[in-house]
Design a protein around this ligand. Structure first.
Ligand SMILES: [Zn+2]
Ligand SMILES: [Zn+2]
Length: 391
């Protein structure tokens, strides 16, 4: 019996390999549940006193603000070059890096000559190994990243001073909204659309990149202390639809693209769904990838949260394959929603994403941020059709 089972395996293996090599279409993975999970909000890009270009920003101060504005998760991502890669004995070892209510992640800003990235992980990992290969070939860096089992994200990819000039094959997401200054992200959005058009299923995420806290006394104020009231925890806020309230579930949701970005922690959350079979029930959300059904698909853009202003008008700009597709109005009810239909190409790749504008949401703890983000309220990740899961 044992022999014949081995023989069967030996005969089958080449057939399986042949199938994989011959380009046999791989079915898209089944879409995960739209209801079995929890929306969690947080910030993935903040600098504490362990970054030497910060001021008045001890870890405890950042965590206190994050808790006060009801964040669910947080990553303090200090520059790794300021500690020669040894974040494990600085930010991570800081006794203040603890919270009773926040899911805390592990990571750092990978700060290199070729741009910056954020390493994101559910538990401590060997960040030193990633730091040490920062000037290696991208293939080598990609190997190290995979071995470490971390999520790597490209930061402010086209901000003009620290453009991300590594291969995007080594990253899992892109920081498409850096800091409260929304208009400064236009080039990052163009980079993202280019990557999406190339067939990469890359998550877009936010990050405040805040460096400066409120001084405790006037004497502690620095030249850049004004930034504390303009750009701080949650400007912008990244929402993830996680399967559970755990660090790994947050990282997984980020990788899978079940993510949207809001201007601040109080702003409405943008949700984006699709009904594939026309039964009136949504089957997919942003981040999900399906085979095109060959007939029109109904899409739904929704704004959720108490900050939706009754009677106000919100505008959803739909982008299809990098091009403006439609501009839709949402009325301010809770939830505010609008639908549209389109037929994704039955043969090629298609993606849809939305950007929503409307009345700014007050953020009393960081009151100067409203003027910087303006009417930009939030953006979704794409809904994908026919993207190769093995790209
Ligand atoms: Zn940076
Ligand atoms: Zn930074």
């Amino acid at each position: 019996m044992r022999f014949s089972a081995r023989l069967a395996a030996a005969l089958l293996l080449p057939l399986l390999l042949l199938g994989a090599c011959a380009g046999v279409p791989t079915a898209s993975p089944p879409t995960a549940s739209l209801s079995d999970g929890v929306w969690m909000k947080g910030d993935l890009h903040i600098h504490s006193r362990h970054s030497t270009d910060s001021s008045n920003n001890p870890v405890a101060k950042i965590i206190a603000l994050a808790e006060a504005v009801h964040m669910d998760y947080l990553l303090i991502s200090d520059h790794d070059n300021h500690v020669d890669g040894d974040v494990a004995h600085h930010t991570w070892a800081d006794p203040e890096y603890r919270s009773n209510s926040l899911v805390l992640l592990y990571g750092a800003e990978w700060t290199t000559h070729r741009g910056h990235g954020t390493a994101i992980a559910a538990k401590p990992y060997d960040h030193q190994a990633l730091y040490d290969v920062r000037d290696a070939r991208d293939v080598k860096i990609g190997e190290v990243k995979r071995t470490l089992g971390i999520h790597l994200s490209a930061n402010h990819p086209a901000n003009g001073t620290n453009n991300f000039t590594f291969s995007y094959d080594i990253v899992d997401s892109v920081e498409v909204w850096n800091s409260a200054v929304w208009p400064a992200n236009a080039a990052a959005i163009r980079v993202w659309d280019g990557l999406l058009k190339s067939g990469r299923k890359l998550t877009g995420r936010g990050g405040s990149d805040s460096h400066h806290g409120y001084p405790d006394t006037p004497a502690q104020a620095t030249r850049l202390s004004y930034q504390a009231r303009e750009n701080n925890v949650g400007t912008p806020t990244t929402w993830v639809f996680a399967k559970a309230r755990t660090p790994q579930a947050v990282v997984d949701a980020l990788t899978n693209g079940r993510v949207s970005i809001s201007a601040n922690p109080y702003a409405p959350r943008v949700e984006f769904y699709a009904d594939l079979d026309g039964d009136g029930r949504m089957d997919m959300m942003m981040g999900d990838n399906a085979r095109p059904p060959g007939h029109p698909v109904a899409f739904r853009v929704q704004l959720t949260g108490p900050a939706v202003v009754p009677g106000a008008t919100y505008t959803a700009k739909v982008v299809k394959d990098g091009q403006p597709f439609a501009t839709l109005s949402l009325s301010g009810q809770t939830p505010a929603a609008v639908s549209f239909t389109d037929t994704p190409s039955p043969t090629g790749r298609t993606y849809y994403r939305v950007e929503v504008q409307g009345p700014p949401t007050p953020y009393p703890e960081v009151p100067g941020s409203m003027a910087l983000s303006g009417t930009m309220l939030g953006l979704s990740n794409p809904i994908y059709f026919n993207f190769d899961p093995n790209f």
